[in-house]
Design a protein around this ligand. Structure first.
Ligand SMILES: NC(=O)c1ccc[n+]([C@@H]2O[C@H](COP(=O)([O-])OP(=O)(O)OC[C@H]3O[C@@H](n4cnc5c(N)ncnc54)[C@H](O)[C@@H]3O)[C@@H](O)[C@H]2O)c1
Length: 252
């Protein structure tokens, strides 16, 4: 087994320089895919691409700010030029910043919405014509458990992740007649650099969050990557417009 579920497929993974995106890139490559990772973190992105594919034949990095429409066009053109097509888009880039309804400025709110929500919209819009013309494709939008229930203290983040879940369902219905599937993943607490937000929030915050996980531990990113692999592969060919939760039981 292994090195076969994505043979012949090409993936574009936003925010793939580190964390979950890098883990997805690694697993996809292990399963035979070619992968373009994109990010605003150039040196991390270049290093990750080099680590995953030292000779550059399976993985390439492309500088990309997901809030910029022209960057999306360039990223899609780059992936098609390098690897011939795009079968899989993982809209993974995101930020996680604190703020309640009482203390979130409009600028802070819009910063999160632009990256986490508008970035996903632009990504789907950028790849859809290509996927529609090929009559196939799988779009995987990374939402969160914060897109399934209220998340006090993270107002903009929660709003953005609910929007991702909603867009996923609408676009899934729009693109289903063209053979393109769209699903969302809702991770719980995953051990990536993003969790520094909890550490910065004060002593004991991370332990408090961890105590709300029925399985009792934060997950390694690979558990999200395995779910993304399922949605990227033809194994999930009858699933579209659905939310897939990987949260150690947090939302049970
Ligand atoms: N870590 C968790 O517990 C958790 C839980 C639920 C959902 N998520 C979601 O998973 C996704 C991946 O997060 P992660 O945990 O790997 O965090 P991470 O911070 O390690 O990775 C996020 C990546 O997105 C990139 N990014 C940020 N803004 C960008 C922009 N404008 N354009 C392009 N790239 C940009 C960052 O540079 C970073 O490499 C995010 O959408 C996050 O909201 C994370």
């Amino acid at each position: 087994m292994g090195k076969e579920r994505l043979v012949g497929k090409v993936a574009l993974i936003s925010g793939g320089a580190r964390g979950m995106g890098a883990s997805e890139a690694q697993l996809f490559i292990d399963e035979g895919a070619k992968v373009v990772i994109t990010d605003v973190l150039d040196s991390d992105g270049e290093a990750t691409a080099k680590r995953l594919s030292p000779d550059g034949t399976a993985c390439k990095f492309f500088h990309h700010d997901v809030t910029k429409e022209d960057h999306w066009k360039s990223a899609v053109d780059f992936a098609i030029k390098e690897f011939g097509q795009i079968d899989i888009l993982v809209n993974n880039a995101g930020i996680f910043e604190r703020g309640t309804v009482l203390d979130t400025s409009l600028d802070a709110y819009m910063k999160t919405i632009n990256i986490n929500q508008v970035g996903v919209f632009l990504g789907m819009q950028a790849v859809a014509p290509h996927m529609v013309s090929r009559q196939k494709g799988s779009i995987i939008n990374i939402s969160s458990v914060a897109g399934l229930s209220g998340t006090p203290g993270f107002l903009a983040y929660g709003a953005s992740k609910w929007a991702v879940r909603g867009m996923t369902k609408g676009v899934a219905k729009e693109l289903a007649p063209f053979g393109v599937r769209v699903n969302s993943i809702h991770p719980g607490i995953i051990d990536t650099p993003m969790l520094q937000t909890f550490d910065q929030a004060g002593e004991g915050v991370r332990e408090m969050v961890r105590s709300r996980i029925p399985l009792g531990y934060e997950s390694e990113p690979v558990n999200v990557a395995r779910l993304a692999l399922y949605l990227a592969s033809d194994d999930s060919s009858y699933s579209t417009g659905s939310e897939f939760v990987v949260d150690g039981g947090m939302t049970a």
